[in-house]
Design a protein around this ligand. Structure first.
Ligand code: BDR
Ligand code: CA
Length: 313
């Protein structure tokens, strides 16, 4: 039986690849809906980008919702410097024709969790955690009904990518991330410590382009755009690939390794706000609230991604 998931996202080239990976895997993943959140770019554009990706995949049966347009307490920080002025620069994709759902994304998340049997809905989050934080505030009863939250966010051993201490998704809405970490649901974290190992080298990108389909060409064009910033920054052979690791974990958890420990979010310090403090060595008695992944098998990941993309138009 396939696992029911909601994808919460701010696409974002790497979000787009994650969405494609999920939509190419219907035997394992039943994507009930995609919810946009403000992050890499503003909410309106993210909701457009999400619909473009859905149409690219041919899975126009999957509804797209818009969630929150700004973080819970802070001013929105965006990342055009990485993703371009559309948030998803690279390929030329047609304007979407599928409608944006009228229901607010936060209400869709709550209703889906409350109207399905307990522990049957997984949240796969690829952006700031605002929508999930707001859903927890509006209907706290969702917490114990969530099957799992698998999120891309945070960093500990690799430290920050938007500040020296903080990863972008957590930094944008640390109050929401703090609520999520404390909510009691099962949480799995894909931090930069993993995604920095999953490098999109030229050989791996060329293999995706060589698939010869529209989706492979679009992924190649997207990642060729977004890698520019990271290649310059890190000087590596390939840029990190972040959000698709969330979907890869749902498909093949054996590709990743980590441990259950306490993960807390810094919300007060000006210097380190948005930092994910992982008690990886269990030096405190704080509750072990998350599976903190620390490494991933890049060869296995790209084999999976490339094979799944080959199934799409
Ligand atoms: C995260 O930040 C965003 O820019 C990416 O889409 C990813 O979700 C990586 O820090
Ligand atoms: Ca993202």
């Amino acid at each position: 039986m396939s696992r029911k998931i909601i994808i919460d996202t701010d696409p974002g080239q790497d979000d787009a690849v994650a969405i494609l990976l999920a939509l190419a895997s219907p035997e394992e993943l039943d994507v009930l809906g995609i919810v946009a959140v403000a992050g890499n770019i503003g909410l309106k554009q993210n909701a457009i980008n999400a619909r473009k990706v859905v149409e690219l995949s041919g899975r126009t049966d999957v509804p797209v919702y818009a969630g929150c347009s700004r973080p819970m307490r802070r001013t929105l920080v965006t990342a055009e410097h990485v993703h371009g002025d559309t948030g998803m620069n690279g390929p030329v994709l047609p304007d979407p024709t599928i409608p944006l759902q009228e229901q607010h994304g936060v209400d869709f998340i709550i209703a889906t969790i409350m109207n399905n049997p307990p522990k049957t809905i997984t949240l796969a989050t690829l952006g700031p955690l605002t929508n999930i934080g707001m859903a927890l505030v509006k209907e706290p009863a969702i917490a114990e009904r969530i099957q799992e939250i698998v999120l891309m966010g945070g960093a500990y051993f690799e430290v920050g990518n938007i500040t020296p201490a903080a990863e972008f998704n957590i930094y944008v809405d640390p109050e929401a991330a703090d609520l999520v970490m404390k909510c009691g649901a099962k949480i799995t974290i894909q931090p930069l410590d993993v995604t920095h190992m999953i490098q999109a080298t030229p050989a791996r990108l060329n293999a995706i382009k060589a698939l010869g389909n529209k989706s492979g060409a679009a992924v190649h064009a997207m990642l060729t755009f977004s890698e520019q910033f990271d290649l310059k920054k890190y000087g590596w052979e390939g840029a990190p690939l972040h959000d698709p690791t969330v979907i890869a974990y749902l498909l093949k958890p054996e590709l990743f390794e980590g441990r259950v420990c306490n993960v807390s979010i810094e919300t007060a310090s000006e210097l380190t706000v948005g930092m994910t403090v992982a008690d990886y060595w269990h030096v405190t008695d704080k509750p072990r609230n998350a599976l903190y992944l620390r490494s991933g098998n890049a060869e296995g990941f790209y084999a999976l991604l490339t094979e799944r993309l080959s199934r799409l138009p």
